[in-house]
Design a protein around this ligand. Sequence first.
Ligand code: UDX
Length: 480
Amino acid sequence: MRISVIGAGYVGLTTAACLAQIGHDVFCGESDEKKLSTLQACVMPIFEPHLQRIVKNACSAERLRFGSTEQAIGWGDAIFICVGTPPLANGDADLSALEAVARMIAKQASGYRLVVEKSTVPVQTGAQLRKHLSVHSTNGLKYDVASNPEFLREGSSIEDFLHPDRIVIGVDSPRPEKILREIYQPIVDQRFDCPVHTSCPRHSRPTFLVVETASAELIKHASNSFLAMKISFINMVANLCEAVGADVTEVATGMGLDPRIGPAFLRPGIGFGGFCFPKDVQAFIRIAEKSGCDFSLLREVEKINQDRIGRFIEKLRGEVWVMRGKKIAVWGLAFKPNTDDVRFAPSIALIRALLDEGATVSAYDPQATEKSKLVLPNISYCENPYEAAEGSDAVLIVTEWEQFRDMDWRRLKSIMARPLILDGRNMLESKQVTSCGFRYVSIGRDLVLPPQNGLSANEVHYRSAALQKSWSDSSVVSLD
Ligand code: UDX
């Protein structure tokens, strides 16, 4: 089918590339001319595993091309709108780009078109879109509007698009349902050349869920807000574990074994970030409150998340005492691994807090350095984790990039001012580093000290529990 995709951000690029991959004829329109020219040169504006290769193959197979929004509108029988809906200051989603595209479709398109909202939008946007198209159409446009929310995660968006758990479509008549079924049939049947897995394991067929447009719009916000709530819940439990000397990893394992809870999204840490959870939780609160519904539960989710950085800073203060003049190494800037995205990344707030305290920061990230320099120009960026840790008073693990799991710990210890690691993602096994003489501090788990001057492991344990309690009592306990 001839399909247009408007907007070449994470959602638009992934959607365009994957729809071409499963055999459709796709035109991706982008209004940012600089971005468009890089795309036409098959250079990706984002780091996303597999994307570059798929786009290149689809372009050379003439199943994918990039051009202006106008050109794209003129191309497809179905038009997927994937423009950004960033947060406004009050937390509402900014729908101006979406409205502008709707106006262009109304003015330019003729004949029948299926207009699909794929951007994350507040409930009732579909109804607004329908009205807007009817008010502004001047070319005898016949159309349907459908909602088709995406559930892609950055860093695995291609896999998530091609092997989804569910495909949700919101329609109000049979015709758009029929068209969307045809578009997604190869994915529903899991019958396509998979660019991710060489021998693609048999994936279960995703559920093709057909609902009302408004329900589909709500499923997106509700799903993201629920996942964010799960993370804030386990972070809250982590705080309690620190206060009572329990191990949050064990607690999360015990909880997750209950299929009604499930193990996913129960990893405590320094908080959720990225361009989705923070803004979707805010937008969902706004939508609900404007409809007279109390969503204070989500306000708590936000508050718990915002407190994570301050809590991590207090852990560091408990270790290094005076922050001013300390050199802190930050490992990881992206909001999560396998992406170069630093939007709403916890690293940004953390580094700003460290700088406010008078510390100096040296940072390393395998992918996100260039994007981070745009928001944090006044720190040092390093080529590798060791360079960042050189002469530092502490290493903070902020993004759980796989490479941080296999460091040369002895080498690291020899170049640091003191062997101290604070793990904001609980990615390391404490023994792995304490056996090399590091002091290791993580989230909601026992503080583990290196064996020192004849103290037994038990005694180290009690002293660390005492120290941990000190954090919660925010009074300093000396080890002497
Ligand atoms: C999210 C949703 O997962 C996806 O379905 C939706 O389409 C877009 O928003 P994404 O923002 O790419 O995807 O990242 P995700 O993997 O969900 O992680 C979000 C944040 O939560 C990251 O900062 C991550 O570090 C954090 N997180 C995730 C935790 O702190 N603990 C967890 O257990 C899981």
